[in-house]
Design a protein around this ligand. Structure first.
Ligand SMILES: Nc1ncnc2c1ncn2[C@@H]1O[C@H](COP(=O)(O)OP(=O)(O)O)[C@@H](O)[C@H]1O
Ligand SMILES: O=C(OP(=O)(O)O)[C@H](O)COP(=O)(O)O
Length: 390
């Protein structure tokens, strides 16, 4: 099982089920790699915007097929399509007990999924629980980000503003320089310069004000001066996008969508100097709206790579995906280079830097705590189990 995207809207509390967020691509990849057949069960979806309410007993037929080796595995639909995944009350308990009933053992190998939800956290109370090999490796390497050789530069960009802005105030204290991009930078610029950028919400700007205040004296935020403004998010059409300079910002000025950092920003000081003299660089950053506005991200990756002495840590689902697409050769070199480490989760690394301890992540604490009592729990909960292994 896994989650894909963010189909649950925290503000409206609605779940949107769409094909783009299905596990189909993951299942196709696993089938290809493992040469076994997975089946994704179909469950009833109510028309109340609360997604799938229950794992119903139809799954027992599939479990029979698994036991008799007719199929190689069962892959659940996107866990965020279930009403209980991000619930806090009854739906959560219901879903966790149903999940626990499917397996004998729980292995969490999703470093990127740091938020404590039913399938990442609560499940560990019901089954003997373990950290997977990938999770163990990432927890080991994240310690290096906590003890960086200085100067230490963090670059944070992308779209998951709500979960990344919080950790930034703590991260700010730990880095020598912070570079922002994407939606986070747009929001920061609105808060600092009083400009209006299309798509940036007033409530989000409020959250960024703390960071602006924090930076007034220490000046650790390295501002990227040249941005790409576009009239539309739908296409990259000549004449409908342009470069703007933050030096021209005046309070009250309204801009269209800011969709990328102009690559020139990485070729001039202060950014160029900061990146070339850094000894540790952490990157959770897609600088522009993909797939149209990739130029800023591509330039950033290239400039970082030129610093051959720095220890480079890249993390994030989209950050790695774009790194691989934009620089396939470099990506494969980085996988084996002692100068690079690639984390599957970027928000998780930010959370660890904020907490100061990889074992302080709730999903990890759940594994550690429940491992101690797992034998006991296992016996107590074995009657739920009608399945095989996870
Ligand atoms: N200025 C921008 N406006 C809108 N979306 C952006 C902007 N910059 C980056 N993005 C989007 O951010 C997404 C990546 O953000 P996020 O999921 O937070 O990164 P990661 O998965 O690497 O942690 C990309 O899909 C990209 O299209
Ligand atoms: O892609 C992910 O994290 P990332 O954006 O930090 O890389 C994970 O799916 C975590 O996403 P979540 O914060 O919606 O749980």
């Amino acid at each position: 099982m896994t989650h894909i995207g963010r189909p649950y809207d925290k503000k409206s509390k609605k779940i949107t089920i769409k094909k783009d967020d299905s596990v189909d691509a993951v299942v196709a990849y696993l089938q290809h790699k493992l040469r076994i057949r997975f089946v994704v069960p179909q469950f009833y979806v109510g028309n109340d915007d609360h997604g799938i309410h229950d794992i119903d007993t139809s799954i027992n037929w599939l479990i029979q097929d698994l036991r008799s080796r007719k199929i190689g595995g069962i892959y659940l639909p996107n866990t965020r399509w279930f009403a209980g995944e991000e619930d806090k009350a009854e739906n959560l308990q219901r879903f966790v007990v149903q999940l626990a009933g499917l397996a004998d053992v729980y292995v969490n190998d999703a470093f990127g999924s740091w938020q404590p939800h039913a399938s990442t956290y609560h499940i560990a109370k019901y089954l003997p629980s373990y950290a997977g090999l990938c999770l163990q490796d990432e927890l080991y390497h994240v310690k290096s980000v906590l003890q960086p050789t200085r100067p230490f530069v963090a670059i944070v960009a992308g779209a998951k503003y709500d979960t990344k802005i919080g950790p930034l105030t703590e991260i700010y204290k730990k880095v020598d320089h912070l570079i922002l991009g994407g939606v986070i930078y747009n929001t920061y610029l609105c808060a600092k310069y009083g400009v209006k950028i299309k798509g940036v919400q007033e409530s989000d700007i409020e959250l960024a004000r703390g960071l602006v205040e924090q930076d007034r004296t220490e000046r650790k935020i390295v501002e990227l001066p040249f941005l790409v403004e576009s009239d539309t998010l739908e296409e990259r059409e000549e004449g409908r996008y342009r470069t703007i300079n933050i030096e021209d910002f005046a309070a009250g000025t309204e801009y269209n969508y800011v969709v990328d950092i102009d690559p020139l920003s990485f070729e001039v000081d202060p950014c160029k100097g900061v990146l070339s003299s850094a000894k540790t660089i952490f990157v959770n950053a897609v600088m522009g709206l993909m797939p149209l506005f990739w130029h800023g991200t591509s330039k950033m990756d290239a400039v970082i790579d030129q610093n051959i002495s720095a220890q480079k840590f890249l993390g994030g689902g989209d950050t790695l995906q774009e790194f691989k697409s934009l620089h396939p050769k470099l990506y494969h070199e980085a996988l084996h280079s002692p100068k690079y480490y690639l984390f599957t989760g970027g928000g998780t690394v930010l959370k660890v830097i904020e907490e100061g301890d990889p074992y302080g992540l709730e999903i990890v604490k759940a594994l550690i705590e429940n491992k101690a009592s797992s034998q006991h729990d296992y016996k107590n909960h074995h009657h739920y189990s009608n399945g095989h292994a996870c």
